[in-house]
Design a protein around this ligand. Sequence first.
Ligand SMILES: [Fe+2]
Length: 116
Amino acid sequence: MDFSAIIQSSQSEGKEKHVPTITVDKGYKEGHDIVRVVVGHETPHPNTQEHHISWIELYGVKKDNDQVINLGRAAWAPVYSNPNVRFQINQIKDFKAFYALAYCNIHGLWGNMLAA
Ligand SMILES: [Fe+2]
């Protein structure tokens, strides 16, 4: 079994939603663009001590050489904060795609991709 076999996508969703939504917002000035990643954009995921989204990671794939860059990670305290994060990206035009991973403590790893 390879690593991708444990990353679930929208085809695996039940009534609770886990797939991270990735959007790009133009920055207020050159070089300050925002990649926003949210779990539960339409339908909030449970946020209790027993069942919650623990963290989100964002990766970018560079246009020129396909290098994968780890752009950041955010983690949350269940109950008190929500899985909604903004990454400010300095050189957004260097990337051809963004990949986000989200981890639910009950339902495991979930992934999504956005072509830039
Ligand atoms: Fe879950």
